[in-house]
Structure formats: structure tokens, C-alpha cells
Design a protein around this ligand. Structure first.
Ligand code: ARG
Length: 308
């Protein structure tokens, strides 16, 4: 991985918020001059920082922030993971990507109970099923120009796919922006239950796979915004009152450490006053803290909405 590869996506997409991607663990050390200030700015995590992980469900204990079910449509918590001892996606060869897919699919196939499911390779999926999965927020979009320029769409759709249980409360994306995106989601705002399912799935997968982890940066990901916990805990929330002034909504969310995205995630617009609200920081914060931050911020947004 050379510097020109690290910055390729930002060069091709001048509207990038971040614009850099790492090809492996070494990229973060070798190209510290561009990466470190970005990491400090995005996560508030300095060069002397050391990441701590905490996936202990018992330490979370958050109430449902919308027990009446008036605003929160659904809750989704995902983490990114990559396999230890392989390059990250931007530098992965076609052969390595297939090895990653086979290794991950084999691990997933041995899960049981509510985590058991099937793997659907992208190249086999019929277009109608694919469209439906994307529209329902279960599957990644295709042809993202940021990923394209970072080299993450090479050989598409080879070795890409999605695993999910029949109820689609547990899903794993394979070889998109990261080798694994592990997702726990369900309708409503039971954050505690969504987190518990994710933590359990991670514990099971850690017994079968070894993930790339750095003492300083936590779980390694291709984009520096995802380092550390690699966790984005989010809700889809309907806020018709606050929608009248999006700048104010974003400012209020930011006060609670939250980021506001459109209905279909990043680089999308809101539809029907439904927003995707999630923790911004992922590094230098624990998983438990990130979910707690979401619970508190969502409760504050709902309180503000109800005053309107
Ligand atoms: N590279 C894109 C940008 O700078 C995305 C950054 C964060 N999002 C992500 N999916 N990694 O706008």
C-alpha cells in the first residue's frame, strides 16, 4: 500500500468527509502523518491513546428510550471486523478475498440457535431479492463511489455476500468495506436486547476466528472512522417536529455525541422525517459506553421532539 492508494478515494471524491483508507495494520503506522490527525479529529483520540474494549452486557443496563414506540422504528448495532494476518480490503487480492469468504462462511455455518442462518453469495442473488434487501436496510448498496476509488469494489461481486438468520435479526456482510460487518437489529428500541445478541454472536465468532486487533487502535478497519470498537449503534427514528430544522437537529444530536444520517444511511437524504442516528466516536470509547451514549441521546431527542 502506497500513499497514493491511501488517499485515492479522497482525491477522486473531493466531497469526502475523510477520504483515506488503510491497506493493512502497517498503513496506520507508516502513514501516521495523514492518519493521526484524522483519527484525533474524528474520535478525539490522541497519539498517546490506548483503546479499551468492553462488551460486557451486564454493565450496560439501559432502559428502552422509547417504550411507547412512538418514534424509534428500529435499532441496529453493527461492528466491523477483519481477519488477523490478511491485508485489509483495499489491498486484498482476489485469491485472499476468497479465502476470507470461505473462512468466515465456515465459521458462520457452525452457529446455532437464533444465530443460525444461511449465506447468500452476491453473484447468485436474483436482482429482485437484492433490491428488496437493500430497500429494507439489510444489505449494503452497490457501486459506492468512495469504496470504488479506494479499490474496495475490485472483482465485484466475487467473494461478497450476506449471511442472516431467518428473522434477519442477526446478519453478517462479507467482504464489503470490511471483511465482516456483524449486525444485530430488530424493530423497536430494545437497545439492551440488540446489544446482548451482538455480544453473544461476537463471543461465538471469536472462538472460531481471529480478528485483526491493535493495542493502540483496537479493532482494525479499512476506514479510520471505524477503528476501536468498530461499532456503530444506531436507531431509525421519526422526528417530524425536529425535521423542520435539520441544522438544529444535528446540533442537538452532536451535543450528545451522535451523528445524524439520512434514512438510507450515509450520503443519503431523510425520507418521511426518519433519520439514522448513531454514535460518532468509535475509538477511545468502549462498546458499552457507545450504546449508553446512544440511549441517552435518543431519549434527549425524543424529549425535544415532544416539546415541539
Ligand atoms: N470515505 C468516505 C468519506 O470520506 C466515507 C467515510 C466514512 N464512512 C465510511 N463508510 N467509512 O466521506
Amino acid at each position: 500500500m502506497r500513499l497514493e492508494h491511501v488517499i485515492a478515494s479522497g482525491l477522486a471524491n473531493p466531497d469526502s468527509a475523510v477520504g483515506v483508507y488503510a491497506g493493512d495494520e502497517e498503513s496506520y503506522a507508516l502513514f501516521a502523518p495523514p492518519f493521526d490527525p484524522i483519527i484525533a479529529d474524528y474520535h478525539g483520540f490522541g497519539p498517546g491513546g490506548r483503546h479499551e474494549s468492553d462488551l460486557e452486557v451486564a454493565r450496560l443496563n439501559v432502559p428502552n428510550p422509547d417504550p411507547a414506540g412512538r418514534h424509534v422504528v428500529s435499532t441496529r448495532i453493527r461492528v466491523a471486523r477483519n481477519l488477523c494476518c490478511f491485508p485489509l480490503g483495499p489491498a486484498l487480492s482476489k485469491r485472499e478475498r476468497r479465502i476470507v469468504e470461505a473462512t468466515v462462511v465456515r465459521a458462520l455455518a457452525s452457529l446455532s440457535g437464533d444465530l443460525a442462518g444461511n449465506y447468500y453469495p452476491l453473484y447468485e442473488m436474483d436482482p429482485a431479492t437484492k433490491e428488496r434487501l437493500i430497500a429494507d436496510h439489510f444489505l449494503f448498496k452497490e457501486g459506492d463511489r468512495f469504496l470504488e476509488a479506494a479499490g474496495l469494489n475490485r472483482d465485484w461481486p466475487d467473494a461478497r455476500g450476506i449471511f442472516h438468520n431467518p428473522s434477519k435479526t442477526f446478519l453478517v456482510w462479507v467482504n464489503e468495506e470490511d471483511q465482516l460487518r456483524i449486525i444485530s437489529m430488530e424493530p423497536g428500541a430494545e437497545l439492551q436486547r440488540v446489544f446482548a445478541r451482538l455480544a453473544r454472536a461476537l463471543a461465538e465468532l471469536e472462538r472460531r476466528l481471529t480478528f485483526a486487533y491493535s493495542e493502540r487502535l483496537g479493532y482494525l478497519t479499512s476506514c479510520p472512522t471505524n477503528l476501536g470498537t468498530a461499532m456503530r449503534a444506531s436507531v431509525h427514528i421519526r422526528l417530524p417536529g425536529l425535521a423542520a430544522d435539520e441544522a438544529r437537529l444535528k446540533a442537538l444530536a452532536a451535543k450528545h455525541g451522535l451523528q445524524v444520517r439520512g434514512t438510507h444511511g450515509e450520503h443519503s437524504q431523510s425520507e418521511g422525517a426518519v433519520y439514522d442516528v448513531s454514535n460518532k466516536r468509535r475509538l477511545g470509547i468502549t462498546e458499552v459506553e457507545a450504546v449508553r451514549q446512544l440511549a441517552e441521546g435518543v431519549a434527549a431527542l425524543i424529549a425535544a421532539e415532544q416539546r415541539i
